[in-house]
Design a protein around this ligand. Structure first.
Ligand code: HEM
Ligand code: CA
Ligand code: CA
Length: 304
């Protein structure tokens, strides 16, 4: 343990109930709005991948800040308002003690569990950024139609190897994709690498080639088990039913396809690899000790 490292149960002295409170709030939210659990998983990716697990993602646009949420890459992200619900519960118990960055991590850990995924022993002790890194988002989060080599190099730059990257994309075993991200593979003709029946289904979900960006039409990522983080994702890829190009390329590229086959065949193996890759991601370049601050409101830097 070195100064500046994250640790297990960092708040054991300063706020002993911190992790239980996150757990309780995530559970309540899951029972009211199941898709909050899905959002907590995506939040971890979009926060930690962009420079640091520092809750930069949660900052709203103000006079001096442009929110990362305004980036095209954040399209479809939802449920940010319920982070406030979790933070308020923590502030009632221990004011200005538990960081928003740790809420991102702990809520993802709890969300994964509600979605039938593995328990991930996430550490805590992250602090919150005082700035948005909006200018870094597009170079950190790949686009939906990026090449496999670019995707692998982005993850490699945060210490996640090829197998870890294949495992993390398994998060697309839950949630949804909006038509704006699908029509490129459906019009003017259906991408011949998509299973034809799946292509027809997706055209039914997305009947026009130019959906209004405010349009809410979407398809679920995984029609069989839409709310479970399981290896159905890889089984679907083997049947050419991957929705995004980044998904489908995992089976067509020889560097990643052996891992797709392993994970498709063995759900526990997938869960193990998913857990260790998400843990690595959750520890990317955190702010600690006297860096950053503990935000009072996750949407804004502190006023003082
Ligand atoms: C190459 C990497 C990735 C790309 C290009 C990518 C892209 C996307 C896109 C385009 C969507 C659909 C957005 C929409 O239309 O609403 C999406 C959804 C989602 N992504 Fe990823 N993603 C990647 C990796 C990841 C990782 C590593 C995770 C988490 C570990 C993740 C978690 C999710 C989740 C949970 C959803 C569903 C969100 C919802 O239903 O609200 N993604 N992703
Ligand atoms: Ca960040
Ligand atoms: Ca699933």
């Amino acid at each position: 343990f070195e100064e500046g490292d994250l640790s297990l149960n960092y708040y054991s002295e300063s706020c002993p109930r911190a992790e239980d409170i996150v757990k309780e709030e995530v559970a309540k939210l899951y029972h009211k709005h199941g898709n909050t659990a899905v959002s907590w998983v995506r939040n971890l990716f979009h926060d930690c991948m962009v420079k640091s697990c520092d809750a930069s993602l949660l900052l709203k646009t103000t006079n001096s800040i442009i929110s990362e949420q305004t980036s095209q890459r954040s399209f479809g992200m939802r449920n940010f308002k319920y982070i406030t619900t979790i933070k308020d519960a923590l502030e009632r118990e221990c004011p200005k003690t538990v960081s928003c960055a740790d809420i991102v991590a702990l809520s993802a850990r709890e969300g994964v569990l509600w979605l039938g995924g593995p328990y991930i022993p996430m550490k805590t002790g992250r602090r919150d950024s005082k700035e948005s890194h909006v200018d870094m988002v597009e170079n950190s989060i790949p686009n939906h139609n990026e090449s496999i080599s670019l995707v692998l190099s982005r993850f490699q730059s945060v210490g996640i190897d090829t197998e870890g990257t294949v495992a993390l994309l398994g998060a697309h075993s839950v949630g949804r994709v909006h038509c704006v991200n699908l029509v490129g593979r459906l019009y003017p003709t259906i991408d011949p690498t998509i299973d034809p029946a799946c292509g027809e289904y997706l055209r039914g979900r997305c009947p026009t080639p130019n959906p209004d960006p405010n349009e809410v039409s979407y398809s679920r990522n995984d029609r069989e088990t839409p709310m479970v983080i399981d290896n159905m994702y890889y089984q679907n890829l083997l049947k050419n039913r991957g929705l995004l190009l980044v998904d489908q390329q995992l089976t067509s590229d020889p560097t990643t396809s052996p891992f797709v086959e392993l994970m498709a065949a063995n759900n526990s193996y997938f869960h193990e690899r998913f857990a260790s890759a998400l843990l690595l991601l959750s520890e990317n370049n955190p702010l600690t000790i006297d860096q950053g601050e503990i935000r009072k409101d996750c949407r804004f830097v502190n006023a003082d």
